[in-house]
Design a protein around this ligand. Structure first.
Ligand code: 4NP
Length: 148
C-alpha cells in the first residue's frame, strides 16, 4: 500500500500523519510506503514545524528528517490512497484530478471530520497528534486481513 498524506503547508499536520502512519504500519508488520505533501508551496525544502517535531517526539515518533514538498499531479499515479486533512485540501487535490480514477483515491483521513490546522495555536499540536493517530489506527484496521 502506498499512502500520501496531504495538508496545506506540509509542515504541521501531514508530516505528523506521515510519521504516525509509518510508525503504525511498521508496528503491524506492514511494508507500506508513506509520504506527505502540501497543496501550498511556501515551505518547500524545509523541515517540519518544530512544534510538530516536538509533539511527535513525545510519543516516540521521529519526523525530524522529513523535507517539505508540494503535491503534484503524478502523485495520483504514484499512490494508492491520498488522505487529506481538511475540506480545503480535499477540494484543492480533487481540482487536480484528471479522471474519476484519480478522484477515487482521495479522501479525508478522518472520513467526515477535519484535522484542524494547528499553525496559529501552539496548544493544538498534541490534540492534532491524537486525532491523526486515531485516523491512522482506523486505516490499519481497514487494511488488516480479517482473522488476524
Ligand atoms: P499545515 O499547517 O497545513 O498543517 O502544514 C500550515 C503551515 C503553514 C501554513 C499554513 C498551514 N502557512 O500558511 O504557511
Amino acid at each position: 500500500m502506498k499512502i500520501l498524506m496531504v495538508c496545506l503547508g506540509n509542515i504541521c499536520r501531514s508530516p505528523l500523519a506521515e510519521g504516525i502512519m509509518q510508525y503504525q504500519a511498521q508496528q503491524n508488520g506492514f511494508d507500506w510506503e508513506i509520504d506527505s505533501a502540501g497543496t501550498g508551496n511556501w515551505h518547500i525544502g524545509q523541515g517540519p514545524d518544530r512544534r510538530s517535531v516536538r509533539a511527535a517526539q513525545k510519543f516516540g515518533v521521529d519526523i525530524s528528517k522529513q523535507v517539505c514538498r508540494q503535491f503534484k499531479v503524478s502523485d495520483f499515479d504514484a499512490f494508492d490512497l491520498i488522505l487529506v486533512m481538511d475540506k480545503n485540501n480535499l477540494s484543492d487535490v480533487l481540482a487536480q484530478a484528471r479522471s474519476e480514477q484519480d478522484a477515487a483515491k482521495v479522501r479525508l483521513l478522518l472520513n467526515d471530520k477535519e484535522v484542524p490546522d494547528p499553525y496559529y495555536d501552539d496548544t493544538q499540536f498534541e490534540p492534532v497528534f491524537k486525532l491523526i493517530e486515531g485516523g491512522c489506527k482506523d486505516i490499519i484496521k481497514t487494511y488488516t486481513p480479517k482473522g488476524d
